[in-house]
Design a protein around this ligand. Sequence first.
Ligand SMILES: [Zn+2]
Length: 300
Amino acid sequence: MISRVKYMAKKKEIQAEEKATAVEESKEPIHEEEVQLETPKEGLATELGEVKELEEVIVEEVKKKGAFEKEAWNPKTSLGIKVKNGEITSVDYALDRRIRILEPEIVDALLPNLTTDLLMVGQAKGKFGGGQKRIFKQTQKKTQEGNKPKFATFAVVGNENGYIGVGYGKSKETVPAREKAIRQAKLNIIKIRRGCGDWGCGCGDTHTVPFKVMGKVGSVELTLMPAPKGTGLKIEKECQKILKLAGIKDVWSRTEGQTRSKLNVLLACFNALQNLIQVKVQQKTINRLNIIEGNSKPAV
Ligand SMILES: [Zn+2]
């Protein structure tokens, strides 16, 4: 066994050595390549402040969005050609026959009053209260050349009258990520059922969900329940935006599972809305709850 005095002496020696090497390392000059990489590329925000400014611009752009020009559109699919010729005037044609929409312009042409919104799925980084919500989820890959950032965002489109779609887009820069998400959201468009399913309301308006419905993605289970008129959307904040664009005004909800991972909560909410249309309902139920599909009475 080594005596305590010897041990302390040895420890001091090691500490001194470590200090000497640390000083040497700090004196080493930084390589030129690394310095060059630190200058930001065009359109690629690296600083926290820049990203915030960029986000504001992007949100504004989404709200402005120019009118869709049907004449300039050159359809590539048979469904698109029919839409442009005016043979198909309702998006229900594709949704009822389960024809896959492969061009976002089809949705633009058939549902002219679409509203687009980007949801907060990301987190701001840094000190001083970092972790605030952002529309871009930033991730980085460590490589030999340095950190390679990637941006992802979650878009939702809807006409506030029975039609809704969500999409997730990921890219090396912010603007293409947004475009991908919006495109995907338009291709994922669905129609939902609405009615007055609350037992005490009975107003016959189409302000809530017609029956209790559940959606599940990952560990998250989200249940939507009919509520009487005037209740509002009693649900997580980002899900409110989805339901508002879908045209639902009152709802009660319940979630289970890892609801801190925002993405799965939002997808579970969309899944619940998808399940609304998959339940079989009888004609007498349709009459009693005043169920409508999309923005019109379902054909029997
Ligand atoms: Zn009601």
